[in-house]
Design a protein around this ligand. Structure first.
Ligand code: GAL
Length: 835
């Protein structure tokens, strides 16, 4: 008791006198999270710390802050932090404390989703595979061995945060925590035990005394005081399960994830902005972009199966840490517009009316403050009368009126500039003096390691490898007396995810599942010889399942049957229950050539290409400059790559997406879904693989690859990403820039629409204007065309305003341009370069 009192006094002392700390009391009520007695309207974004490097965390966080975020959200990845039971890793990309402190240093809050089940397209949903081997364990249900481990890890993280004073209650940035993740989506499969599990999880979390609220997402029955929250492309229709809880959106999917074998998903910013505005329009006060920066699935961290190494997600900050424009900029404007309404939003519930079909008006009014949102939910434009004034509402858009009268922003009208970023390819520069370039080691086909073992029957893969490697060999030799030269078919059935079959040491064929169906069933024509024949099957996983009821039990690998069909005598031989010899992983994985240090590299004779199961190594000079770097693996098949000993992930440039279903100009009007807007059809899902700059040395670097199916490493090249031109296209019907709001409304004189441009990097100025047209220009950035109507003054006006400056603003008044076509709504389109 006395100790508690002393602690309390100490804490109070710390909170009052520590100048840098912002000891905050975080609670909630029906309207919002309440921080130090004040309801807050908050904008949050997900950045998963292991999907980038500590070196760029501060930059990503600063770009988030500049984009108008108040909160950074991340999951905590259990299998990253506890790879072996009881052995913890909080170093490098796993340095959670450092990440949270970096967010605090930028003055932002943190939402820590401890889970510890994450989903997140992360290997096994974030669960360590050792958890699966605890006797009697059943994941995510009322099961004592599972709950004991879940509690231990959750408490470990909470304690760690407390020890570093990272909860808001201690002066730290963490204002919110999550326990479990979307269990409500799948809990029916667990029957009654699901109910008691959720109750247990809620009280376990609450008992950890973080001093800040907990949430459960997609959990309609989340027990008090846990706040149930919404995940989805839209959450405006969601309501929490109690009138004393605020409306929180934990995952607003800013795009979607990419799978090997799939096309690249994207989500138009007009639709994303619409969804955000709709949420705040209908009473929401906290929303989080999933993802704000998606990043990269390094090493073997991807889940799936078949999740690609890139986790770009079409997020406002791209995989490489560059702001994606106009997505980032337009959302920044949306955030400013919403913040202009904060006082009204936190004061009251909205009054919602429908001034027309598919039109919805929400008014937040108390005393002298009034803010309104006007939404057009239809796919065609509308004219609406609201409070006696007439408003044009573009299809599928929301207008925000911070004073219930003037429109500060419409979600479909983009004032923000766009930007062309592109990759420049450079050939892989070999280090001087390094000799012939590439050296190699052949990985033996079949069993080569001392720890192989034999068993009757076919084994499930995850139970056998414990995910120590993607690879498991299944080997058998059979004696055929009279079947010389016999043509037969080898039938193999596997739970997934892919397999290669070798007959007498030679690759005979294989099969690959996909993200919808991991299972593989193949019939491979083979030729057997008289006497002894070897059948070596290499089964591989491509990221363990991360979602679904009982996902931990779905399994992988060649569980059979494996059958030889139609031998010479017409018979069929089922090999499934024979004695197979097993090898977990590759010989090369044990030798550690991933670091390039093995002494067995060959470099004398000619380099083998298009050979399956080959390790390759080279030394290279890093591309100069500071632009982000990627390796282009075009020419290779499938495998994993290491730069200076760090795994940059699985590469698979030969897995091509289906031909149909793509469009580069997706119509944002109407409800979005993950397959609505796709690009890159019929092309490899991923050819470029991010190499963080901080993993590179200026001159001497080592690249090691393991190639599974065969490729030519001399075709590998580097690509650096840079920003080209910046563009903007603003019409006479656009509202003025959000930051002119005060001057605009107070002076009473309308500023009118303004086109704003800014160079992407500090110390740059505009060096040339590639395109400028006032009238009816059309097209997209990099591809603008003059329309039938144009003023001949546009180019000189824009040049005068911009050249030599790092940013410029140009009005759209016909007083300057003259009116090239009376009665027509005109626009100004500009493309400019900086140097
Ligand atoms: C959600 C899940 C996230 C992530 C997302 C898709 O259902 O909570 O962890 O997997 O889907 O990217």
């Amino acid at each position: 008791m006395r100790a508690t009192l002393i602690l309390f006094v100490l804490l109070w002392f710390f909170c009052v006198y520590a100048p840098a700390s912002f000891c905050a009391n975080v609670t909630y009520d029906h309207r919002a999270l309440v921080i130090d007695g004040k309801r807050r309207v908050l904008v949050s974004g997900s950045i998963h710390y292991p999907r980038s490097t500590p070196e760029i965390w501060p930059d990503l966080i600063q770009k988030s802050k500049d984009g108008g975020l108040d909160v950074i959200e991340s999951y905590v990845f259990w299998n990253l932090h506890e790879p072996v039971r009881g052995q913890y890793n909080f170093e490098g990309r796993a340095d959670l404390v450092k990440f949270v402190k970096a967010v605090a240093a930028a003055g932002l809050y943190v939402h820590l989703r401890i889970g510890p089940y994450a989903c997140a397209e992360w290997n096994y949903g974030g669960f360590p595979v050792w958890l699966h081997f605890i006797p009697g364990v059943q994941f995510r249900t009322d099961n004592q061995p599972f709950e004991a481990e879940m509690k231990r890890f959750t408490a470990k993280i909470v304690d760690m945060m407390k020890q570093e004073n990272l909860y808001a209650s201690q002066g730290g940035p963490i204002i919110l925590s999550q326990v479990e993740n979307e269990y409500g989506n799948i809990d029916a499969a667990y029957g009654l035990a699901a109910k008691s599990y959720i109750k247990w999880a809620a009280s376990m979390a609450t008992s950890l005394d973080t001093g800040v609220p907990w949430v459960m997402c997609q959990q309609a029955d989340a027990p008090d005081p846990i706040i149930n929250t919404c995940n989805g492309f839209y959450c405006d229709q969601f309501n929490p399960n109690s009138n004393s809880k605020p409306k929180i959106w934990t995952e607003n999917w800013s795009g979607w994830f990419l799978s090997f074998g799939g096309a690249v998903p994207y989500r138009p910013v007009e639709d994303l902005a619409f969804a955000v505005a709709r949420f705040y329009q209908r009473g929401g006060t906290f929303q989080n972009y999933y993802m704000y920066h998606g990043g990269t699935n390094f090493g073997r961290t991807t889940g799936g199966p078949f999740i690609s190494t890139s986790y770009d997600y079409d997020a406002p900050i791209d995989e490489y840490g560059i702001v994606r424009q106009p997505k980032w900029g337009h959302l920044k404007d949306v955030h400013k517009a919403i913040k202009l309404c904060e006082e009204a939003l936190i004061a009251t519930d909205p009054t919602i009316t429908s001034p027309g079909p598919n039109i919805e008006a929400a008014v937040y009014k108390t005393g002298s403050v009034c803010a309104a949102f006007l939404a057009n939910i239809a796919t065609s434009d509308a004219q609406v009368t609201f409070n006696g004034n007439s408003y044009h509402l573009p299809a599928w858009s929301v207008s925000i009126l911070p004073d219930c009268k003037n429109v500060v922003l419409n979600t479909a009208k983009i004032n923000s500039a766009s930007m062309i970023s592109s990759f420049t390819t450079e050939s892989l520069k070999e280090e001087v003096d390094s000799g012939s370039g590439w050296s190699w080691i052949s990985e033996p086909v079949g069993i080569s390691k001392a720890d192989s073992f034999s068993k009757f029957g076919l084994l499930e893969q995850i139970n056998t490898t414990a995910d120590k490697s993607d690879y498991l060999w299944y080997s058998l030799s059979i004696d055929l007396e009279d079947d010389a030269g016999s043509q037969t078919v080898l039938h193999i059935e596997s739970l997934g995810h892919a397999l290669h079959a070798f007959i007498n040491g030679k690759l005979a064929g294989g099969g690959t599942g996909n993200s919808d169906k991991a299972k593989v069933k193949v019939d491979i024509p083979i030729t057997l010889v008289a006497g002894k024949n070897t059948i070596d099957l290499l089964s591989l996983t491509v990221g363990l399942q991360n979602y679904g009821a009982f996902f931990d039990t779905w399994g992988a690998g060649i569980t059979g049957p494996v059958i030889l069909k139609g031998l010479n005598n017409g018979s069929t031989v089922d090999l499934s229950s024979q004695q197979w010899t097993y090898q977990v992983g590759l010989k090369g994985e044990d030798l550690g050539p991933s670091s390039g240090s093995s002494g067995q590299w060959n470099s004398q004779s000619s380099l083998p290409t298009n050979q399956p199961l080959t390790w390759y190594k080279t030394n290279f000079v890093a591309p100069s400059g500071s632009n982000p770097v990627a390796i282009d693996f075009t020419g290779m098949g499938k495998g994993e790559a290491w730069v200076n000993g760090q795994s940059i992930g699985r590469y698979w440039p030969t897995y091509v997406s289906p031909n149909g279903g793509c469009t580069d100009m997706c119509n944002y009007r109407g409800a979005y879904s993950s397959s609505k807007c796709l690009k890159n059809c019929g092309k490899p899902s991923q050819t470029l693989y991010h190499v963080p700059r901080s993993w590179l040395q200026p001159d001497s670097n080592t690249l090691v690859l393991f190639e599974e199916s065969g490729g030519d490493p001399t075709k590998i090249s580097f690509a650096t990403k840079q920003i080209g031109s910046v563009c903007s296209h603003v019409s006479e019907s656009h509202p003025p820039p959000v930051d002119l709001w005060n001057s605009d409304t107070k002076s009473g004189s309308k500023v009118g629409p303004v086109l704003s441009l800014e160079c992407p990097y500090p110390n740059q100025v505009f060096s040339s204007i590639e395109f400028a047209s006032f009238g009816t220009p059309y097209g997209t950035c990099g591809n603008f065309k003059h329309g039938r109507c144009r003023s001949n003054k546009a180019l000189s006006i824009v040049q005068k305003a911009c050249i030599g400056s790092s940013s410029c603003r140009i009005g759209l008044s016909i007083n300057s341009y003259g009116d090239p076509c009376k009665g027509v709504t005109k626009s100004l389109a500009v493309e400019a370069s900086c140097a």
